[in-house]
Ligand binder design. Structure first.
Ligand code: C2O
Length: 551
């Protein structure tokens, strides 16, 4: 591979959408931010210079960061934030991965404006396991807030209530024609030629919503998920949780039709949350044949039909179709044996209101919203866990006693117990190098059953099983798929259900795991794995870089 250099200047920029102009945190003044392109095997050196008042850090979502945890990015987990006026060079090599990923800020809610595509092409001369597309198009979904997302989350954390929802969804930063006050500049247009195959690289960078996507009168073929090739299958509609990516093949019609086609994005939401129930749209426009008798007219405009906002059966059906390619060239190395079993409850709960501050009581029944894994709501430390671990100064920063299962059994998907208060702590699971891990993630319906997109840093995992209701440790493992399960970095725990994942802990470092619904992360639905060094020199975490930020 080669070394590729990028420079990210974190700067304020004025951005206008839907008649609202605001000054916001951007990379190089762009929204969405710049596209990073590399090949498998390349080394990336990305210099991030902070020229805004906020602290910043950047995460390369889905990059495994083998032994290079210092470059992973989550603030207070692997690094201290880059402070105003300072800079940090993210230095990592892309090993054994290719596909569509993305990068985003990983501190507070800055990822609402600081994100962009991260495209890893195969090594030179290595083809895709499908016909070569005519063109490749990154399509990144996001959310637009007329206000300042930092102010929104700060207020929600102060009051203990739910945050204001976004004002629009976006496709490549643009909300599209279905919103009030939309101008031509607000719409993403994909110009295509007839009779061609396009590779659409979809990324869900939205803060808080799973999203459906469809293009009117076109059927799509799924070929990759989370940068893993899958057995191709056709689908008119696809679903991505925040943090997931999906590559699609789009075959254009053999002749240029005299119509335009909308591509649309709308939310999939379970649970009790208030949410942005709007639809972003872009336009698929065929090039006008030179001798067209239709002239410039592009009518009618066809619209796709998207599932209902709570269509869990669509979601279940769609996700169950996604299987690893599991070919000799791209094998699915599913751990067949498990060294350590974990059972994690994930869900929302409440914590006591701070009575000193009368406004901090806007959660359910005068409490604050909270979220937890095994009833532990993660408390962000004041220094980075990885630094504390590496320097041997973990005392008072974190404790190694994260529970391997809930302390008390209850009917997780039935009537919740009376006391739903969560406990707080900065706890990690410590794993010896090369431990084979299974985690059952069980949604709890304490504040309503809800889908949680769980994202793991530093690894891909195999989704070996999923189901509704409470996980049955006797029966359910009999149906696990250990042959061709999808391998990914983010999985939706079904509302009122569970998923089972397996991964091999072959990457020393501290690795964050959290719900990629940003509000749930803010409320504490997060934890960390500490994977110890192995014995061999190439099984050890690399030394920290000289310019690693200090807290
Ligand atoms: Cu895309 Cu920890 O996040």
């Amino acid at each position: 591979g080669i070394t590729r250099h990028y420079k990210f200047n974190i700067q304020m920029a004025k951005v206008t959408r839907l008649c609202h102009t605001k000054s916001m945190v951007t990379v190089n003044g762009k929204f969405p931010g710049p596209r990073i392109v590399a090949r498998e095997g390349d080394r990336l050196l990305i210099e991030v210079v902070n020229n805004v008042p906020n602290n910043i850090s950047i995460h390369w979502h889905g990059i495994r960061q083998l032994r290079s945890g210092w470059a992973d990015g989550p603030a207070y987990i692997t690094q201290c934030p880059i402070q105003t006026g300072q800079s940090y060079v993210y230095n990592f090599t892309v090993v054994g991965q290719r596909g569509t990923l993305f990068w985003h800020a990983h501190i507070s809610w800055l990822r609402s404006t600081v994100y962009g595509p991260l495209i890893i092409l195969p090594k030179k001369g290595v083809p895709y396991p499908f016909a070569k597309p005519y063109k490749e198009v990154p399509i990144i979904f996001g959310e637009w807030y007329n206000g300042d997302p930092e102010a929104i989350i700060n207020q929600a954390m102060q009051t203990g209530g739910g945050p204001n929802v976004s004002d629009a969804y976006t496709i490549n930063g643009l909300p599209g024609p279905l919103y009030n006050c939309s101008s031509a500049k607000d719409t993403f247009k994909l110009k295509v030629k007839p009779g061609k195959t396009y590779l659409l690289r979809l990324i869900n960078a939205a803060l808080n919503e799973d999203l459906f996507f469809s293009i009117a009168n076109h059927s799509l073929t799924v070929v990759e998920a989370d940068a893993i090739y899958v057995k191709p299958f056709q689908s008119d509609i696809v679903l991505l949780t925040p943090g997931q990516t999906t590559n699609l093949l789009l075959e254009t019609k053999s002749q240029s039709p005299s119509a335009n086609f909308l591509m649309a994005v709308s939310p999939y939401v379970t649970g009790l949350a208030t949410f942005d129930n709007s639809t972003a749209a872009g336009i698929l426009e065929y090039e006008i044949p030179s001798k067209s008798h239709h002239g410039n007219k592009r009518l009618p405009l066809f619209k796709p039909t998207l599932p209902a906002v709570n269509d869990t059966s669509f979601a279940t059906n769609f996700t169950s179709k996604i299987r690893s390619l599991a070919s000799p060239q791209y094998p699915a190395n599913v751990p067949q044996n498990v060294d350590k079993h974990f059972f994690f409850t994930v869900g929302l709960g409440t914590s006591p209101c701070d009575h000193q501050n009368k406004s901090s009581c806007q959660g359910p029944n005068g409490t604050r919203f909270s979220a937890s894994v095994n009833n532990v709501s993660f408390v962000q430390p004041n220094t980075a866990l990885l630094q504390a671990h590496h320097s041997g100064q973990s005392n008072g920063v974190y404790s190694p006693d994260f529970p391997i299962s809930p302390l008390h059994w209850f009917n997780y998907t039935g009537t919740p117990p009376n006391n739903t208060m969560v406990s707080n702590g900065t706890k990690v699971v410590v794993l010896p190098f090369n431990t084979s891990v299974e985690v059952i993630m069980q949604d709890t319906s304490i504040l309503g059953a809800e889908s949680h997109p769980l994202h793991l840093h530093g690894f891909n995992f195999f989704v070996v099983g999923q189901g509704f209701g409470n996980f049955d440790p006797k029966q359910d493992p009999k149906n696990f798929n250990l042959v061709d399960p999808i391998e990914r970095n983010t999985v939706g725990v079904p509302p009122g259900g569970w998923v089972a994942i397996r991964f091999l802990a072959d990457n020393p470092g501290v690795w964050f795991m959290h719900c990629h619904l940003e509000i749930h992360t803010s409320w504490g639905l997060k934890m960390a794995w500490l994977v110890l060094d192995g014995k061999l020199p190439n099984q050890k975490l690399l030394p920290p870089p000289k310019d690693l930020p200090k807290c």
